[in-house]
Design a binder for this molecule. Structure first.
Ligand SMILES: Cc1cc2nc3c(=O)[nH]c(=O)nc-3n(C[C@H](O)[C@H](O)[C@H](O)COP(=O)(O)O)c2cc1C
Length: 320
């Protein structure tokens, strides 16, 4: 039987997962040999993620961390997705004594993985490492495409810039983003979530909220952001795109599980990653992106750049 402290440690490791704007949109409960993961709708992002797909992707990332950590502690996790008869929608994980050897390499990267948003050094990634990333995508209904050719990258960069312009021209998007930026130490300490300046690549100085908001509104222009993103992509070695076969929450969770495994595998190979999701987030750009990719029902939902760089400051997590 799993003890309470062991179960709490699995949950702590689950919460090191990435989440949109670092909202950490999850709740957990522990029962005898079961852990439940619930969506926390009070942490939704209604503007950038109106259908909650990114919220469920984040839950999938946390679930995958939990399963890898459980395996390392000697438990195999069997997952029921949103079972009937539960008081609330949840992912139900039954923990059984493990018969497989633990995945030590992935376990040790759980606390090292981070979103690294700085410029990369554009070094090529060895083919065998790219293949290892592709092999880490193991979930049903999820496709991973890796782009290394200049033509593809140029086309996709155009979609990113289009998404960027659209978002930074939308005051509702900017206001939602600003509400999750933590501009000073007092905000970081009191919230323990959100986007901290240092992890976004800004100088790690504490400034009052009014000043941070004013600077963002003046400096983060639609065209300036599009150009900044283009440069960051040019510094990267490749792009990675996760596609869900269907647009529903089980597929979104599976996409999160795959992304987390690929991100941990990348970290174990010292390959950094950062999101450039704009063409997946803006619906009209996503439709064009879908056409370009030759997709019909399947949805491109997570786009990342990968490459090599020094680690950046880490983002906070709320205590359990
Ligand atoms: C579904 C999802 C969407 C995300 N979208 C973006 C994004 O559009 N831009 C970005 O810079 N980071 C994005 N992120 C990364 C989060 O901001 C990041 O995970 C969070 O701030 C915690 O930081 P960490 O990944 O370094 O632990 C996304 C993460 C997830 C799981």
């Amino acid at each position: 039987m799993i003890s309470q402290p062991e179960a709490r440690e699995l949950i702590r490791l689950a919460t090191l997962a990435p989440s949109g704007h670092n909202t950490q949109p999850w709740k957990f409960s522990i029962d005898t040999n079961t852990i439940r993961i619930y969506p926390d709708y009070s942490r939704r992002l209604p503007i950038v993620d109106p259908d909650d797909h990114a919220l469920f992707i984040s839950l999938g990332c946390a679930l995958e961390n939990l399963l890898i950590a459980a395996q390392h502690s000697g438990f195999n996790g069997e997952v029921e997705y949103f079972p009937d008869g539960e008081a609330q929608d949840c992912l139900l994980v039954h923990l059984h004594p493990n018969s497989h050897p633990p995945d030590t390499a992935l376990f040790h990267t759980i606390s090292k993985r981070q979103s690294t948003r700085c410029a990369y050094d554009s070094r090529e990634i060895p083919r065998t490492d790219l293949q290892a990333l592709e092999k880490a995508n193991t979930q049903d209904g999820i496709q991973l495409r890796v782009f290394t050719e200049a033509d593809d990258i140029e086309q996709i960069t155009d979609f990113v810039k289009q998404g960027n312009r659209h978002q930074f021209n939308d005051p509702a998007f900017v206001n939602e983003l600003l509400s999750w930026i933590r501009f000073n130490q007092r905000e970081i300490t009191s919230h323990q979530d959100g986007l901290i300046a240092a992890a976004l690549g800004f100088p790690p100085v504490s400034i009052p909220r009014w000043l941070g908001q004013t600077l963002m509104k003046v400096l983060a222009t639609p065209e300036g952001e599009a150009k900044r993103c283009e440069k960051l992509i040019q510094s990267s070695s490749a792009l990675m795109l996760f596609i869900a076969q269907k647009h529903d929450k089980k597929y979104w969770v599976n996409l999160g599980r795959s992304f987390q495994r690929v991100a941990l595998t990348a970290s174990s190979l010292n390959i950094k990653h950062a999101h450039i999701n704009m063409p997946c987030e803006v619906l009209e750009v996503r439709r064009q992106f879908q056409n370009y990719l030759g997709l019909e029902e399947a949805q491109p939902l997570l786009l990342l750049r990968i490459g090599y760089a020094q680690a950046m400051p880490t983002s906070p997590r709320r205590p359990l």
